[in-house]
Design a protein around this ligand. Sequence first.
Ligand code: UGY
Ligand code: MN
Length: 248
Amino acid sequence: MHNLGRTRSSQQSNHLLLTADTFVRTALPGMKACSAVVHAGPALGTKFTEYTAEFEAGGELGGTSAQRFIFVVEGGVKLEVNRKSKQLGARGYAYLPEGLHHRVTARKASRVAVIEKPYQALGSVETPKLIISNEDAVSSHPLGDDPSLQVKCLLPDEMSFDFAVNTMVYQPGASLSMVEMHVMEHGLMMLEGGGIYRLGDSWYPVTAGDFIWMGPWCPQWFGAIGKVPAKYLIYKNWNRHPLAGPQR
Ligand code: UGY
Ligand code: MN
């Protein structure tokens, strides 16, 4: 049925909500049998890029000059790096340092969240190394003292990393304990369930498949609604002084 121009998607100066009905697919250089739904990038004012790579069977991701983080949302991919080959199933992820040549291919139709960011070096601190893992292998901790809101940090707590990627799982009825306002920006992919996201001065119903960008100091709060837990994958810039930059 025609929706007469209505959508939950919304673009505002300090946040963006993109719902699947408004996704537009595009090819990025080097992609084969694969397309990208670009959710956020410098054209929006961000310091990172995030997109969903949608692979057909036999598809391949293109290259990047930046550091890259991939998270398998659905299906599975083969990662070839350092003359080794590794299969990443659902919830498998990898951190690929800037300049490390690699190939990502899919034998079956798959969806992968891809985050890319030019690396911001930190004096003499050594640059981060390759990581290949699965979210299932990471232990969770409660946010604050609320056991109904569990966080998994997918990257190590080390200053060498200039960004963080976490998953957050809210039991039905759980919420952030405060309206957060902070210098970091976020890229957020709703993976399961849903609820209400406060972004700036608006409250949005959100559900699995949605993407949200939150700019620096964007007021943000989430409460999970429904009978199943709500889960999202969330990026933030991290570990760098606010005066650091430009990145290149
Ligand atoms: O890490 C965070 O800043 C996180 N608590 N923000 C969010 O969930 N909107
Ligand atoms: Mn936050």
